[in-house]
Design a protein around this ligand. Structure first.
Ligand SMILES: Cc1cc2nc3c(=O)[nH]c(=O)nc-3n(C[C@H](O)[C@H](O)[C@H](O)COP(=O)(O)OP(=O)(O)OC[C@H]3O[C@@H](n4cnc5c(N)ncnc54)[C@H](O)[C@@H]3O)c2cc1C
Length: 343
């Protein structure tokens, strides 16, 4: 876990572990260690979707485990923990990504879910999950693996990855004094621009279409900042440099000529790619965009496997991920417990 907010949640876990008086909803001891092959629900991914599903499942007294391989709280905590989320209902003043993550972790844990700090390496066709030395299976498997940053396919992008080309702005101060080019036109690109403006000496926002895809748009503060240049209808044709990024080659519209713009870093925000590599051998149906296809109850094409959040959703938002988690937890409950209203 990273960041102060998350650390304080971790400290509280440790304090509770030390007390060890904890009891499950039905009086059973809640294990803070994984219980192989004894779960009702196993969830892969500890982002907003997976943690919310764990909280909902725990509240329904389902024995639940969540696996997280990188960072509790998901992509937002990993990429921009200090971002203020201002579109989450019920929080009119907004909340920092890492604070929201800490609350989601606390809620999942408080509901009795086991939070397992391991990346899942393999999912067998029968739903068995393998992570390091641990092998476990639930009666229902919920996939909440999110998405990864997509590549823009610009010449030079692969070559300079990590040497001036980045896909996230984890800590804006790393770009202090730099001339940064942000490529993309959606909310993620806008979010990068806003966070870089206090640190970078110049931010050039380049989008090949004449209009932004972003719903949020650039803030008035950003537009008036004096160190933001917006180039719409402009393509980055190549990323230039020798040992690391030194500039970009730009072409405006269909103009014949190009111009070179000196730059120290390029941030690529070219959409998201669903994180489905893990399920190759499970035979899950995908939609035309490569997301896991689900029905309205988050059921996939494989019985007892559900998918939620960015790995399956066309709309990539926290509220959507959390909403789908509620639906999946209801479905998991019906599949595990077969309540009378199902018969
Ligand atoms: C820069 C940026 C800004 C954003 N701003 C906003 C915003 O202001 N408001 C908003 O509503 N949304 C925003 N979003 C979108 C939002 O972050 C996502 O929609 C949300 O995080 C989706 O949650 P998720 O749980 O489905 O996926 P994720 O958050 O991606 O979490 C998935 C988790 O699964 C884990 N995982 C993957 N594979 C494995 C494995 N094999 N084993 C174990 N764990 C695994 C990953 O490590 C990850 O932690 C933003 C996204 C970005 C990138």
């Amino acid at each position: 876990m990273r960041g102060n907010a998350l650390r304080s949640v971790a400290d509280r876990f440790d304090a509770r572990k030390a007390e060890r008086t904890e009891c499950g909803p039905r009086g059973e001891a809640i294990s803070l260690e994984p219980r192989p092959k004894d779960y009702d629900v196993v969830i892969v991914g500890g982002g907003p979707a997976g943690l919310s599903a764990a909280a909902f499942c725990g509240k329904k007294f389902l024995r639940t485990a969540v696996f997280e391989g990188k960072c509790w709280g998901g992509i937002l905590t990993r990429h921009c923990p200090d971002k203020r989320i201002d579109n989450y209902p019920g929080v009119p003043k907004g909340i920092l990504a890492e604070e929201l993550a800490a609350l989601l972790v606390e809620q999942a844990h408080g509901a009795g879910a086991d939070l397992i700090d391991l990346g899942v390496e393999e999912i067998a066709p029968d739903g068995t999950v393998r992570a390091k030395d641990l092998e476990t299976a639930g009666k229902v498997l919920i996939l909440a693996c999110g998405s990864n940053a997509g590549e823009a396919g610009i010449p030079g992008e692969k070559e300079f990855a990590g040497r001036g080309v980045h896909y996230r702005v984890h800590d804006p101060s790393r770009f202090r004094g730099m001339r940064v080019v942000v490529v993309g036109g959606g909310d993620t690109a806008i979010s990068h621009v806003h966070r870089l403006l206090g640190a970078a000496v110049r931010v050039t926002f380049v989008h090949r279409k004449p209009h932004l895809r972003s719903v949020e748009g650039l803030s008035a503060e950003a537009l008036q900042s004096g160190n933001l240049e917006v180039l719409l209808g402009t393509a980055v044709e190549e990323i230039l440099g020798a040992a690391r990024v030194e500039g970009v080659r730009l072409r405006q519209g269909t103009e014949a000529g190009t111009r070179d713009l000196p730059a120290d870093a390029v941030i690529v925000a070219a959409g998201r790619v669903p994180n489905t590599a893990l399920f190759g051998n499970v035979g899950l149906g995908l939609d035309p965009e490569g997301r896991i296809a689900t029905d309205e109850w988050q059921r996939t094409s494989v019985p007892r496997i559900l998918a939620i959040g960015d790995v399956s959703s066309p709309l990539k938002m926290i509220i959507t991920a959390v909403g789908q988690a509620a639906v999946a937890a209801h479905e998991a409950y019906e599949q595990v417990r077969s309540p009378y209203w199902k018969k």
